[in-house]
Design a protein around this ligand. Structure first.
Ligand code: ADP
Ligand code: MG
Length: 342
């Protein structure tokens, strides 16, 4: 009998990582946490280091027909910094590895690095190494970020407790809508190269897609207020999918309220223009790189008036499930679509 072949699409990206994870044993006491959170946690004397890595492929994660190389460089750093932020840690160093085809000139690689350098300055991180090699299928960028924190400052996905308040920063769905606009304009351009893309009206959403920021500002503010979120992650795959991660890791349920979900006006208007449901974009659109976190009720007063933090619901018992309360007051079961990579 032939060996069993399982399609990756049968178990999905998370299923695959889980399956690999089962066979991985860590050997060192200094490995405080391995696979399973936004970053690994490693003991380092009087503090801990967090380590995270992300891989970006041309044609999968970015399209150079509309993404300028400096933006691609900035984004590649920002998405890693965002995972460090999601641990409530401060990024310190990155390494950058690239694979390039001969389609890229020295100037093109320098343009990519101008964005990488701008991000290093913006986030206060040092670029300390990397690797350069050739590629047969476009540009590949792999960045690893290292951050620091005191052990008790870390926020894991697993710490949410019943009655905690669920918070999100900024607004959601913009990056997804920005991608739809960019793809639409690309198709228009391909059909008629004389047509100039009309992007002025969509600047907020296209910037969310092309040059996202990581919310280090929030991490610093929480520190200043002496708040350690009980759990935290960054919203890379969509709010619903990230809430599922908290539920699974913390063994809790959640209730969120549709009328509390933050959406920007341009995102809302453009979603309608594209015949999309804005709430679906908020729940399932990826790549916003905002922070999703939970705080204990005691900390609510300190954050209540914050202009860029929204309180979207609360944590329940696991057996109470995951629900979205619609504007009409009906509780519907929350579904996570997330990004399907396979
Ligand atoms: P994020 O979206 O926050 O970047 P991922 O969903 O990519 O996180 O990864 C979830 C966890 O699985 C992380 O701890 C990550 O380090 C780990 N992981 C992802 N891919 C692999 C892999 N191929 N081998 C080992 N660990 C992996
Ligand atoms: Mg993450």
């Amino acid at each position: 009998m032939s060996e069993k072949r399982t399609e990756i699409s049968e178990i999905g990206e998370f299923g695959l990582i889980d399956r690999l994870h089962q066979k991985i044993k860590t050997q060192h006491a200094s490995t405080i946490l391995g696979i399973g959170d936004d970053a690994a946690v490693i003991e380092a004397g009087d503090h801990v280091k967090v380590v995270t890595t992300d891989l970006l492929l041309e044609g999968v994660h970015f399209d150079l027909s509309y993404a300028p190389l400096p933006h691609v460089g900035f984004k590649a750093v920002a998405v890693n910094v965002s995972d460090v932020a999601a641990m409530n840690a401060i990024p310190k160093q990155i390494t950058v590895s690239i694979a390039i085809t001969n389609r890229f000139s020295v100037e093109a690689v320098e343009a990519l690095y101008s964005g990488i350098n701008a991000a290093c300055e913006h986030f206060g991180v040092d670029l300390v190494g990397g690797d350069t090699t050739s590629s047969r299928s476009g540009l590949v960028i792999s960045i690893t970020a290292i951050g620091e924190a005191q052990k008790e400052q870390l926020s894991y996905r697993s710490g949410a407790k019943e009655s905690d308040i669920i918070c999100v920063t900024g607004d959601l769905g913009g990056a997804f809508i920005g991608l739809q606009v960019l793809e639409r304009e690309k198709q228009v351009f391909l059909a008629n190269p004389n047509m100039q893309p009309e992007l002025d009206k969509y600047q907020v959403v296209t910037a969310r897609q092309l040059r996202p920021d990581a919310r280090m500002d929030i991490v610093h503010e929480l520190r200043d207020m002496n708040i350690v979120p009980t759990s935290m992650l960054d919203i890379s795959d969509g709010l619903a999918s990230e809430l599922f991660h908290i539920c699974r890791s913390s063994k809790v349920g959640v209730t969120i309220y549709e009328d509390k979900l933050p959406i920007d006006k341009q995102t809302f208007d453009t979603a309608l223009e594209l015949n999309m449901d804005p709430i679906t974009c908020v729940l399932n659109g990826g790549e916003d790189y905002e922070l999703l976190f939970t705080i204990s009720q005691d900390d609510f007063k300190k954050l209540e008036k914050h202009k860029d933090i929204h309180f979207i619901g609360y944590v329940n018992k696991e057996e109470d499930g995951k629900h979205l309360v619609t504007k009409s007051g009906t509780a519907v079961e929350l579904k996570a679509q997330g990004w399907k990579h396979f």
